[in-house]
Write a protein that binds this ligand. Structure first.
Ligand code: S3P
Length: 171
């Protein structure tokens, strides 16, 4: 397969697994969040604060369309990129998609522990506690991740190297 695309909720290790996997395969590594920040010259929190989520989502969808022509790349995607149905289908035509999953408690714990990134994770749903937001979105998105991927890996107990190795074994 030409490319490997990693999807899954925030804090499931897409970037760290992606980098380890790219090294193993000798592929380039890209990250949609990083590309968007470079393109818009601002961190995600600032983009969302200034322009709102719809603007961010539009830019994300446009980027996915452009990435349809990538080759030999491991691409880590933002947790909400799976919602762009048409762009996701296009990406899938030449990519093997891996869903990195974890249970609610693990994701909540990782997000709470990563104080440095907390400021870079603007609320996705207003008026909910962090825990309830994760629970609500996981419920909404799990069917999308399931339908939009070729392989699901539970990331709760394994390190990025091991997970990257598992992916290589499946290719
Ligand atoms: C989002 C996840 C983030 C980032 C943005 C929106 C989401 O990416 O794209 O804050 O909707 O779940 P990570 O999954 O890499 O944290």
């Amino acid at each position: 397969m030409n490319n490997i695309v990693l999807t899954g909720f925030r804090a499931t290790g897409k970037t760290s697994v992606g980098k380890a996997l790219a090294t193993k395969l000798g592929y380039a590594f890209s990250d949609t969040d990083r590309l968007l920040c470079e393109r818009l010259h601002a961190p995600i929190a600032d983009i969302v604060a200034r322009h709102g989520w719809p603007f961010f989502r539009q830019a994300e969808a446009q980027l996915l369309r452009e990435l349809a022509s990538m080759t030999h790349t491991v691409l880590a995607t933002g947790g909400g990129a799976i919602q762009h149905h048409a762009e996701w289908s296009l990406l899938r035509t030449h990519s093997y998609v891996v869903w990195l999953d974890a249970d609610l408690a693990t994701i909540s714990k990782r997000i709470a522990a990563d104080a440095a990134s907390a400021a870079q994770r603007p609320a996705l749903v207003q008026g909910l506690t962090a825990h309830d937001e994760i629970e609500t979105l996981l419920e909404q998105r799990r069917p999308l991740y399931a339908a939009g991927s070729d392989l699901r890996l539970d990331t709760a107990n394994d390190d990025p190297e091991t997970l990257a190795e598992r992916i290589v074994e499946q290719l």
